[in-house]
Design a protein. Structure first.
Ligand code: VGL
Ligand code: ZN
Length: 197
């Protein structure tokens, strides 16, 4: 990885893992792998950023208020906590999104730090030009984060062995990956990154 890289772990929260209200099949299978990516980025002294879905109780994002999703990731709830198996270092930079009751806000680039700094502003101020994306869900937040990152002129690498999708329709995740690739994302895996890091 170049010096201007960061790891961006998207929404690895209880509600997106099996047993959660929007549980993704195999959503927790990627956690051991993400932990190894965390170690790799830490060894290179590169920032670790974690986004989280962080919804109010009433939002158009939820089925009962006109959206498509069951209630999930309510601010402060157990479902919104990062999965306990995820080994986030103490200096992980946490950014929250989905607080606007009028918006879905799938992209992690719409997330804010606790101090109110938008993620793109933070990345730019730290000189981060290349984001390595893993997490949930391939066909929603990972997809939108990659596409938006490219639009904002970041270099984007999708860690394809460490993403999982919802697949409301069969093939959604596969299609999302093809879209990310066509838009200019690179793909890599832990083995490949270890060989080149
Ligand atoms: C997400 C569906 C609803 C995601 C968030 O993190 O991909 N998916 N809210
Ligand atoms: Zn959500």
């Amino acid at each position: 990885m170049e010096k201007d890289s960061a790891l961006l772990i998207v929404d690895v929260q209880n509600d997106f893992c099996p047993g959660g209200t929007l549980g993704i099949a195999g959503g927790d299978d990627i956690i051991p792998l993400i932990n190894q990516y965390i170690e790799l980025f830490q060894q290179q002294r590169l920032p670790i950023i974690a986004s989280r879905d962080w919804h109010p109780q009433v939002t158009k994002h939820f089925k009962e208020f006109g959206g498509v999703w069951p209630v999930h990731c309510i601010q402060g709830s157990t479902g919104a906590m990062f999965h306990a198996g995820l080994h986030l270092p103490p200096d992980t930079l946490v950014f929250s999104k989905g607080m606007d009751p009028e918006k879905d806000d799938y992209s992690a680039l719409h997330a804010w730090s606790k101090a109110g700094t938008p993620l793109p502003t933070f990345l730019t101020s730290e000189g981060i030009k290349h984001i390595y994306i893993c997490g949930l869900a391939t066909d929603y937040c990972v997809r939108q984060t990659a596409l938006e990152g490219l639009r904002q002129q970041f270099a984007v690498t999708v860690l394809v062995d460490a993403v999982r999708g919802v697949d409301l329709e069969p093939g959604d995740s596969e299609h999302a990956l093809a879209e990310m690739l066509a838009a200019g994302s690179r793909f890599t895996t832990l083995d490949e990154l270890r060989r080149t890091a």
